[in-house]
Ligand binder design. Structure first.
Ligand SMILES: [Cu+2]
Length: 368
């Protein structure tokens, strides 16, 4: 009898080991290209948060004129494709419509690996450099002066037309810490020239869920919805495509000193959330009673001090109650909120200059 019990115990251990081995072996595969396309920051040139016309000093951000580019710019964005042929864009589900100009959302559970087949469809070298996850020198996505050579450097500059596959591990150090929620956010971006590449638009987010807390798609079991919002002053003066944008969008041939024109320079500072100004951001919709998680990221320079603020609800960030989050460049923060107050609510950066420049949105809580 004891022998049978002992055998059964051993069998259970073997099965459990096999099962857990399977659980850690999940590989999350993404096909991502850098595509150079036209981006629209504000389809409606109207203050949609307040339902007010834009003031004259706000027009510089959206109106094309002889010295302002307007609301459309050539940009390079990360976009997801269905397979290695890179012939068909992968449609974004409704839950990801709000991502805007952000690249595809990479999801994983602690123990997984993330594999990104990256094709550069652009005209300049680009890369993908991830925060948080584990990578070796062949998967860092930046040209570091680190004494490496050969295949360790192939990831440093993916040339136009080339494809490179990044493999990133997701150990515990990439996942939630003891005081974190069940999922945490990381940013990724191109890092050939980090400043210019990110101002050109090559930015995205990674969400890592704690071990044992993920659904099959990698999202956390204990929340109903996750939103990812990037707050940044996208500086189009630093874009690789500034010259193209001058040529394509100014309504008259540019003067030689156009880049010193005050309105021109100011009008290229796009105070955006996920690539949208003046509450043009779509898809922030949820249902009364849901547990909603907001992953907030920022990038930029010393003007990029952002304070996302929600009307209508408060939330918890690292156990603290608040309705405002402080973000500095490359901050990555997560706030949990139970939405119990149906309505359409303001959601905006609380820095005065940024409100005026259109760093605003609306979110909607539908009644159950
Ligand atoms: Cu701000």
């Amino acid at each position: 009898m004891n022998t049978i019990i002992s055998l059964l115990c051993r069998l259970t251990v073997i099965l459990a080991t096999l099962f857990s081995f399977q659980a850690v072996a999940v590989e999350r595969l993404y096909y991502v290209a850098a595509d150079e396309i036209e981006w629209q920051y504000a389809e409606k040139h109207h203050n949609l948060m307040m339902d007010m016309p834009l003031m004259p000093e706000q027009q510089v951000f959206v109106k094309a004129s002889e010295n302002t580019i307007g609301s459309k710019y050539k940009k390079a964005l990360y976009r997801e494709y269905t397979d290695a042929s890179f012939s068909q864009l992968k449609a974004r589900p409704a839950s990801e419509q709000h991502l805007g100009l952000l690249g595809p959302l990479f999801r994983a559970e602690v123990g997984d690996t993330i594999k990104v087949v990256f094709k550069n469809n652009g005209t300049r070298p680009y890369t993908i450099h991830p925060h948080g996850v584990f990578y070796d020198k062949a998967n860092e996505g930046s040209p570091t002066n680190d004494g490496t050579s050969g295949k360790d450097n192939l990831d440093d500059r993916v040339m136009p037309g080339q494809t490179y596959t990044y493999n990133w591990q997701v150990p515990e150090t990439a996942g939630p810490g003891p005081a974190d929620t069940s999922s945490v956010v990381w940013v990724y971006h191109s890092h050939v020239n980090s400043i210019r590449d990110s101002n050109t638009g090559l930015i995205g987010a990674i969400v890592i869920t704690a071990k044992g807390m993920a659904k099959a798609d990698g999202s956390p079991k204990d929340v109903d919805r996750e939103f990812i919002n990037l707050y940044t002053v996208m500086n189009e003066n630093e874009s690789w495509f500034l010259a193209d944008n001058i040529k394509n969008y100014l309504t008259a041939p540019a003067s030689d000193d156009i880049t010193e024109d005050e309105d021109f320079v100011e009008g290229n500072l796009m105070h955006m959330i996920n690539g949208y100004l003046f509450a043009n951001l779509p898809g922030l919709t949820m249902v009364e009673g849901e547990k909603v998680r907001w992953h907030l990221i920022a990038l930029g320079t010393e003007v990029d001090l952002h304070t996302p603020h929600w009307h209508g609800h408060t939330g918890l960030i690292n156990g603290h109650r608040t309705d405002v989050v402080e973000l500095l460049p490359a901050s990555m923060k997560t706030l949990d909120m139970t939405v119990n107050n149906p309505g359409i609510w303001m959601y905006h950066c609380h820095v005065n200059d940024h409100i005026a420049a259109g760093m605003t949105a609306l979110y909607q809580v539908l009644a159950k």
